[in-house]
Design a protein around this ligand. Sequence first.
Ligand code: ADP
Ligand code: MG
Length: 715
Amino acid sequence: MDALRVLTRSTNLKPKPIAASSSRLPSAGKAENPQLFRSADNQSSKKRKRQDSEEEADFEAADDQTLDFFGTPKKTSSAAKESVSKHEQKPNEADQDFAEDEDTKSMNEEERRSILKTHKIKVSDMRDLKEILAIKMGRKKSKKIEKMIASMTKKQQKQARQLYPEPLTSFGVLRKKYSIPKRLEQNIAEQGFRVPTEVQIGSLPILLGGISISTENGTETHANPDLMVVAPTGSGKTLAFMIPLIDKVVRHHREHPGKREIFAIIVAPTKELVGQIVNEGRKLALGTGVKVTAMRKGMKVVDDQEELEDDTESEDSSSAESSDDDEEDLDESQEKRRRNVTVTKSDILVTTPLVLVNALSAKQKKAVSPLPSIRHLVLDEADVLLDPLFRDQTTAIWNACTNVDLQISFWSATMGSSIEEFTKSMIKDRRTSLGISSAAPLIRVVIGLKDTAVPNIRHKLVYASNEQGKLLGLRQLIHPTAPVPSNEPRLRPPFLIFTQTIPRAVALYSELLYDIPVEAGGSSRIAVLHSDLSEKRRSEIMKGFRKGEIWIIVTTDLLARGVDFRGVNGVINYDIPTSSAAYVHRVGRTGRAGREGGIAVTFYTKEDIPYVKSIANMIDISEKLQGRTEDKSVQKWLLDALPDLSKEDRKYLKKHGVKARQASAKLRGDEKLAREARRNRISTKSAYDRRRERRKKEAIMASRKRRAESQSSED
Ligand code: ADP
Ligand code: MG
């Protein structure tokens, strides 16, 4: 159904012919290619070209029409060229190509470098640079090495860390080279995944086959390293960690028939994301005998707890088959039944941090029970999970995984340096406390430019002087017949609107409730989603949006991370995000799997001016990556004029949001701010009307109370 046509039915106006971009809207279907780094980066701006001149020189301008996915390296030798073209795979050829023999041959370093570079994949050894250089140079004189490091440029230091492991050239290689189960290979193909995305090209071989590294005694060893992966939003990270997990569980089952224990844990910050990962996992695991389960309140995970028969098996496979996009969902009776059920018979447990920590500490009160069976721990959206807000819970789970062979991996589109440092020291401390000597290093895989927004969406930064202005701007934006400048794309449903707090999301929702004509479905087309709603309601809204019944969701940062609605056409930041990372993730709900045509609109008011710079910068970088030099969303004068934010202010903002928009409870005691907050309420009603309404309500309440009192005295 054409949402726009339905939306305009009640007005007698005809919809304007939609700009050329309409056929390329994210909701228009599948992207032709899920990879991000192909032709776009070859048009990069001059400035970026200069920065990255060496790298850029290796790309030849690929013709958009021919979709030269792997690009063609210019300066590489003919041997490398040949190898790239041999491994090159266009989506429609992918099926036939599964049978080629070259896939299983090992590549030489030049070939590996060339392919990794073409896809903007950088793999680094995260050990101390001193340690790496000592190994490379075969000496232990630390003073000399220290001197050497001091004389190196940052770029040289980065190069010293760089590794060139074998990239994945096609999904066909997964079975031929890494012997993944046949059924798993079929499931990948059945879901229509033809060409691996960059993150899959870079990380699947490392997770499935390990990596060769030099060690202190001068030998090469093969290790299963801990892995940190930083790859753009919507680039297919879930598949990249799920395929190896399923493969490993199947092997484990083969080696230990009849024994099922929790083998891997995936931690994600929200229930919505947990549900989605479970669904994706179940689709991949279909028929392999691997069980993927969402952790729920009341489930037991530790062996010494009372064990009951798990009745979720049949439901698992059937739900995976019947529901394509549905959320992992339970009705209340099922929920009650599950509370008495153990999950120790699941292979892969997917959970939010708190619910697992609670389950682990239930018996021992404070101490967390160990989970020695866990061999793999995956932290999805790892920078959130290791942010001070969740850190204690996440590290409690990490510490509970006492198996000496534990492999941990961290996944996100953004990874601040403080998070990197924290993971390194955590890994070190854990090794010391468990007495683990094998020093498989932490390996980091970065796709593209770290911590930036996806390059395939359009950004708009809109100034509105105050709250009313924002509401007006939003109405204009979402109104299907509002005039749009010819060079600008029109925002079309489905889209997401983000606010700073739950009360603001609720208020904005009630404001917009009647903006959609009844003929088009009216208020049923719009929903508000936040963490105060029941789990059931949350899951219903997610389902409704995926099915296309709901067109607009007003939400908080709850939906900013990881959630994959395939055809979201736009993201509106009604309230500005509280950090540049939050911006990257919110706008990353559109433009997924390489889809073009998504729009991200960010409103800002007077109060936001101190906080806009980091977002404006982010937009500027993203547009540079797109190669956009004209018609930019952020003019240079604006970037120059915007003030920088101090470190303390940035921290405060991230934690509490813009003060004037905080929930009023937080502002109690500060009359001035509370007044400002009232002024910033989302409402089109004037203060006079609100006061009148409040008085009327109070009068009604008072009269009811009087009546009740006189009644009771008569009794
Ligand atoms: P991320 O975790 O990186 O944000 P997801 O794992 O949620 O991204 O994947 C985004 C979307 O891309 C999903 O809808 C997924 O099905 C799709 N996808 C993943 N890998 C591929 C692929 N190789 N080809 C096409 N689509 C893919
Ligand atoms: Mg994800």
